[in-house]
Design a protein around this ligand. Structure first.
Ligand code: SF4
Ligand code: SF4
Length: 227
């Protein structure tokens, strides 16, 4: 990339950001939020993220077979290798505080899991994922490990998408997901998290499609249950 093309890309991004800020202010006015505009960045940060355009469909038997075949192969690979042979590209993420968790839920649900759309029939599982699960459940034999992963497959998934991508988000418990699934935050979400703090009330989620923003909405932060 040349310096000129980087400048041009930056200029386009700034133009897009200005457009989104204007949309946020208009949405806040429409919602009767006429408070101090200088606080809007913190109270209603912008998250410019994609939107996963996928439909909920029955998870095909052929996809299940392909996925469970992969899990079985990973289990076999764990049995014949050691942990220091595992790929270690992602470290455990820092814990998100309560506000950050609420921002993530509000934003990712509006996006409908665009990044999970790449999970296909593999769900990003690695030997490391299976090794950790098997170490935590030493009584399970190979078939029982595969059955444990099979048990969390939903009947219907977003397609295109990951085998675990149900209508309400991921159906696989966090402890069984790959490190990348537990760590990944896209750039638009990370920028929103940088400015969010305990005064944050919601997020203005704008959906980016290439060079365009296809619209946005105010999303009030959800209340977390601690039960
Ligand atoms: S991390 Fe970004 S791309 Fe992934 S679901 Fe959340 S908002 Fe969407
Ligand atoms: S396992 Fe869950 S978090 Fe990971 S890609 Fe699939 S749906 Fe997304």
């Amino acid at each position: 990339m040349t310096a000129a093309s980087i400048r041009e890309a930056r200029r386009r991004l700034e133009a897009l950001q200005t457009q989104v800020q204007q949309q946020r202010e208009a949405a806040l006015r429409a919602a009767g939020e006429t408070g101090d505009g200088s606080l809007h960045d913190v109270e209603w940060p912008v998250a410019m993220v994609p939107r996963h355009r996928a439909r909920l469909r029955r998870l095909a038997a052929r996809r299940k077979r392909a996925f469970l075949g992969r899990v079985r192969a990973l289990v076999a690979a764990v049995r014949r290798s050691t942990a220091d042979e595992d790929e270690r590209t992602v470290d455990a993420p820092a814990e998100l505080d309560e506000t950050a968790t609420r921002v993530v839920i509000a934003t990712c649900s509006a996006c409908r899991g665009s990044c999970c759309g790449n999970g296909g029939n593999h769900a990003f599982l690695r030997t490391r994922t299976l090794r950790e699960f098997m170490a935590a459940h030493p009584a399970l034999d190979d078939n029982a490990v595969v059955a444990a992963y099979a048990a969390w497959l939903p009947e219907n998934t977003l397609q295109p998408g990951c085998v675990y991508q149900g209508g309400q988000g991921c159906t696989l418990p966090r402890a069984m997901r790959s490190a990348i699934c537990n760590a990944y935050l896209c750039g638009g979400l990370r920028r929103a998290l940088l400015v969010a703090n305990h005064d944050t009330r919601g997020v203005f989620v704008a959906h980016r499609e290439g060079e365009r923003v296809s619209g946005g909405r105010l999303r009030v932060l959800p209340v977390l249950s601690h039960g």
